[in-house]
Ligand binder design. Structure first.
Ligand code: ADP
Ligand code: MG
Length: 398
């Protein structure tokens, strides 16, 4: 029987009614003579009693500080609760099912708590269920070290669990169910005109996810791509076909030249730092930043200064480091990185010119840019994001 991974996000498992839709999708798969392997996220978003953000808020109110090990142990509970609920509902409907933690599913990771990396899988527990005709429901977002310590895979990590299991179990498809009809040309919460994209390549989706489109975790795209397993993004609440993600096809390559851009992604909460060079101290600055585990982006180095951006969460930590080493710096807070993505823009002249012109006409200041073969990124102020995305959407006929 065809094995299909079906992953359901937080809003899909949030209410009694939404869970009925989840069961429908799983039962449809069984009725099509497939073998579903279900992965679930924690129930609901911020505010729901067992959502990841609620657990974080709860522990922050209980204790002043918490070890990373304990933090991961706590966070893993959200997905375990969700798996137990869905497995129990399936059993109640007469479909034999069993909830499994990440440990029981055999997802073995390194000990990098909060953002662990997969080492290997030992999915015997899942295979046992499948052989017995039991539907396994796996708690997403978590794994275990070889020593048996519970780890988590980073925010959005249930997508990663789905892709890891897709690879480990040689699934014929990985279905990611969420609250939108598929991947859209831009975040529908920011751009009213965003449209569904029926088919995309792994590379484009990876670029999009890596540039901030929250709809799927970039690492999940990487795993699916490495295993060459088709990835489908679908809506739990509709019967729309969704977005089908595969290797670059002729069909994708033959799109008209007017459609060189596929999508626009954005990442808020960026802070741009400009740091004056000052002699010997400089040599170690980037090393020191790396040692603090602060990831920098959009870096440009000039003879007298350097410019880069970081996530707002690390702003105070970096400022402390800079003051400690007496670096002169300035910063612009509340920035957003807007990235346009298109595998076919490589070598096409004038794309950057069109972006700059469109922004200038709307008085949107571009603070920095960067480009790669298939992306162009602009740093702008967060207050300009919705307008910038909407006008670029129009400029590139998305
Ligand atoms: P889940 O809980 O199901 O994992 P997420 O909130 O992680 O759901 O992802 C779905 C959300 O991603 C959508 O509600 C949408 O607002 C957001 N999103 C951002 N960019 C895009 C995009 N390009 N296409 C579709 N959705 C997007
Ligand atoms: Mg998600």
């Amino acid at each position: 029987m065809n094995r299909v991974i079906q992953k359901f996000g937080g809003t899909s498992v949030a209410t009694r009614e939404s869970r009925e839709r989840v069961l429908d999708k799983i039962i449809d798969s069984v009725k099509s003579s497939e073998s579903p392997i279900v992965v679930v996220s924690a129930i609901g978003r911020k505010g729901s009693p067992y959502a990841t953000d609620t657990l974080i808020e709860f522990i922050n109110n209980c204790v002043e500080s918490i070890e990373d090990r304990e933090y991961d142990l706590l966070l893993s509970c959200g997905e375990i609760i969700s798996a137990v609920v869905i497995a129990s509902l399936l059993n109640k409907k007469g479909y034999k099912s069993r909830a499994l933690t990440g440990t029981q599913a055999g997802i073995i990771t390194d000990a990098h708590y909060k953002d662990a990396d997969l080492l290997y899988t030992q999915p015997e527990g899942i295979v046992y269920c499948l052989n017995q005709g039991i539907i396994p429901v796996i708690a997403g977002f978590q794994g275990t070290t070889e020593q048996g310590e519970v780890t988590t895979l980073g925010r959005g990590g249930s997508d990663t669990t789905a892709a890891i299991l897709g690879m480990a179990l040689n699934a014929s498809r990985i279905e990611i169910y969420t609250d939108v009809d598929g991947i859209m040309t831009a975040d529908p919460r920011v751009c009213e005109k965003a449209k569904i994209i029926p088919q995309m390549s792994y590379n484009e989706v990876f670029q999009m996810a890596d540039s901030g489109a929250k709809v799927i975790h970039p690492r999940a795209v990487e795993y699916a791509m490495n295993g060459n397993i088709p990835l489908v993004i679908k809506n739990t609440f509709t019967d729309e076909p969704g977005t089908y993600i595969i290797q670059k096809t002729k069909q994708l390559a033959d799109k008209p030249i007017s459609h060189i851009i596929t999508s626009i992604a954005h990442k808020n909460d960026r802070v741009q730092f400009t740091i004056q060079n000052h002699g010997d101290c400089d040599k170690n600055l980037l090393d020191d930043i790396a040692k603090e585990n602060i990831s920098i982006d959009l870096i440009n180095i000039f003879p007298y200064y350097k410019v880069f951006t970081i996530d707002k969460a690390y702003q105070l930590q970096l400022e402390h480091l800079l003051r400690l080493n007496q670096h002169a710096y300035s910063l612009i807070g509340n920035c957003s990185k807007v990235t346009i993505i298109g595998e076919r823009m490589t070598g096409v002249p004038g794309v950057m010119a069109r972006i700059v012109k469109a922004c200038q006409q709307a008085n949107i200041e571009i603070l920095q840019t960067a480009d790669s073969l298939t992306t162009i990124a602009c740093l702008i102020r967060e207050t300009d994001v919705a307008q910038a995305i909407t006008l670029l959407h129009e400029e590139f006929n998305l």
